[in-house]
Design a protein around this ligand. Structure first.
Ligand SMILES: CC(C)(COP(=O)(O)OP(=O)(O)OC[C@H]1O[C@@H](n2cnc3c(N)ncnc32)[C@H](O)[C@@H]1OP(=O)(O)O)[C@@H](O)C(=O)NCCC(=O)NCCS
Length: 196
């Protein structure tokens, strides 16, 4: 994949996080701060500023270009200038792993409409078909029932409970580990068949 990706679904535009979106991305983070707090690391006030998101977007582009992550912002097709969510593929590992982590959040006013299911269906198709990944991991707090339902709807399978897995909302917290593998049964890593 060489050019900057953007995905279009029935109701959404899903675009790679770029410096031009720093303002609406910061506004989204601020508007959703309280809603995501139980499921997120604690952030300082600077996290909600334009300057933070301008730098973060530059770093994200650099990570995309070097193949380390793909961070996207979500907008309604009817209001493309406003960010209403994000979904990220991070810590991409290649070789014989071809794996990454999935993260996501949606503006509290837009939950309950299937928008994240729609976004992640497109993102996962992109991850498996275009980015040629084998495995996407997604991990959530045991009481994050909306994430649990969302991931189950998308076909993720539970792998177990990891004790004290992530430092979230001020403490090391257990997480349910789930993953989804590339549905193509014939999918091979790019390295397959090459000499070790
Ligand atoms: C996790 C999160 C994105 C899920 O949001 P969501 O609105 O439940 O997910 P979706 O957009 O896919 O919507 C699904 C809901 O809409 C309903 N829905 C309505 N129309 C739908 C449609 N066309 N397709 C699918 N679901 C639809 C579903 O029934 C479901 O509601 P239910 O769970 O009460 O049954 C959101 O709660 C969030 O941002 N949480 C905070 C951040 C967070 O926890 N991130 C993950 C950390 S691991």
């Amino acid at each position: 994949v060489t050019e900057l990706p953007s995905l279009v679904t029935e109701r959404l535009a899903i675009t790679l996080l770029q410096p031009a979106a720093a303002e609406p991305a910061a506004a989204y983070a601020a508007a959703n701060r309280a809603y995501v707090a139980p499921w997120s690391p604690r952030r300082g006030d600077d996290y909600y500023s334009h300057d933070f998101w301008a730098v973060h977007a530059e770093q994200s582009l650099e990570e995309w270009r070097s193949g380390r992550s793909a961070r996207f912002v979500l907008s309604l097709a009817s209001d493309p200038a406003c960010v209403i969510g994000e979904c990220n593929l991070t810590e991409i590992a290649r070789g014989y792993f071809e794996s990454c982590y999935l993260g996501f959040s949606l503006h509290h006013r837009h939950t309950g409409r299937g928008l994240m299911t729609e976004a992640l269906s497109a993102l996962l198709a992109f991850a498996f078909q275009e980015m040629r990944l084998h495995r996407v991991s997604a991990n959530y707090l045991p009481d994050n029932l909306r994430s649990e339902r969302l991931l189950r709807r998308l076909g993720f399978r539970k792998e177990g409970l990891a004790p004290a897995y992530l430092f979230i909302n001020g403490a090391w917290r257990d997480h349910v580990l789930t993953s989804l593998a590339n549905p193509d049964p014939g999918f091979l890593p790019a390295l397959a068949g090459r000499p070790a």
